[in-house]
Design a protein around this ligand. Structure first.
Ligand code: PEP
Ligand code: MG
Length: 307
């Protein structure tokens, strides 16, 4: 009766997973109640912001464990700390930067603060004992960063005697798209962060008071990057999700499904609507829309394509 709890199947039976973006422990339950098929992006920054010292391993474990329990067997993708850029934690004493979005942010910060990173990885591997947890690294731009992060994860796993966990990266920097073949060989999945990818592809600050409205994730330059990413992943047998804002936009969701994106991770209130949108389409129709969108010249042209 309540269609939000049913899978999102297209007219021809093609399935797209619809999961939630969350940023608080109690939102795991809300995601399930809204029909989410899991969590595609847990933003862990909430554990680190607005305080005077970093959270302990124990505190983090308690939060992740609570979410794993609330999800009751549904997958939970935990993104490691993505601080820096527009988010700061005073206790980290980070030197001021002229261009923080191009600075020590995300995985770069974690690699620069191995004690911080290690505590988070330990908490994640411990929580993974209780359900299907996956690890995702943000702001990966170079293979060296992924290698260093993976080796820290492997070390932690070995120390704990923990079971293997799927590891993925966010694709949100143009170099990661260009190197997608190489990255795909090193990870289990990709999740495209179109909020940042748009900012870095169009060279427009995502929070800029004047430019932000032009920084549209449906810009064909961004869609072509997504297309390229999906094709590289598929070539290596990896799946791709999208967790940026366009996954929760009806036209965006249709285009992404047509490009071969397997999982859409959206805010909790958007879950039912995105499932409904997927059900209105056939894969062939979505693919046709995606082909036309990728061939557009401007975001306005994409926005005016009939759905
Ligand atoms: C993104 O960049 O698209 C994303 C989902 O991550 P955040 O918005 O947390 O940077
Ligand atoms: Mg991002």
């Amino acid at each position: 009766r309540l269609r939000c709890y049913e899978p999102a199947l297209m007219i021809d039976g093609h399935r797209v997973e619809v999961v939630a973006n969350i940023g608080r422990a109690e939102e795991a339950t809300q995601a399930v109640n809204a029909g989410g098929e899991g969590v595609g992006l847990l933003r862990t920054e909430f554990l680190f912001l607005d305080r005077t010292s970093p959270p302990t391993e124990e505190e983090q474990f308690a939060a992740y464990h609570e979410m794993v329990k609330a999800l009751n067997g549904l997958p939970l993708i935990i993104r490691t700390l993505d601080i820096g850029g527009d988010k700061a934690a005073p206790y980290l004493d980070m030197p001021a930067e002229d261009n923080p979005f191009l600075g020590v942010r995300g995985i770069r910060l974690c690699l620069a603060r191995p004690e911080l990173f290690r505590d988070q990885l330990r908490a994640i591997y411990r929580a993974a004992k209780y359900g299907p947890v996956k690890i995702m690294f943000p702001m990966v731009s170079m293979l060296e960063d992924l290698e260093a992060a993976k080796s820290m994860a492997a070390e932690v796993r070995w120390e704990l005697g923990a079971r293997a966990v799927e590891i993925g990266i966010m694709i949100e920097v143009p170099s990661a798209v260009v190197l997608a073949d190489e990255f795909a060989a090193e990870v289990d999945f990709f999740s495209i962060g179109t909020n940042d990818l748009t900012q870095y592809v169009l060279a427009m600050d995502r929070g800029h008071p004047v430019l932000a409205k032009q920084a549209d994730g449906l810009h064909p330059a961004v869609l072509r990057m997504i297309d390229r990413t999906v094709r590289a992943a598929q070539g290596a047998g990896r799946w791709v999700g999208v967790c940026g804002g366009i996954a929760g936009d009806p036209k965006g969701a249709a285009i992404l499904a047509g490009l071969g994106v397997a999982e859409l991770s959206v805010s909790i209130p958007g879950i039912a609507a995105i499932k409904a949108q997927i059900r209105r389409l056939s894969l062939a129709k979505a693919q046709d829309l995606a082909r036309r969108a990728v061939a557009c010249r401007t975001a306005a042209e994409v926005r005016s394509l009939p759905l």
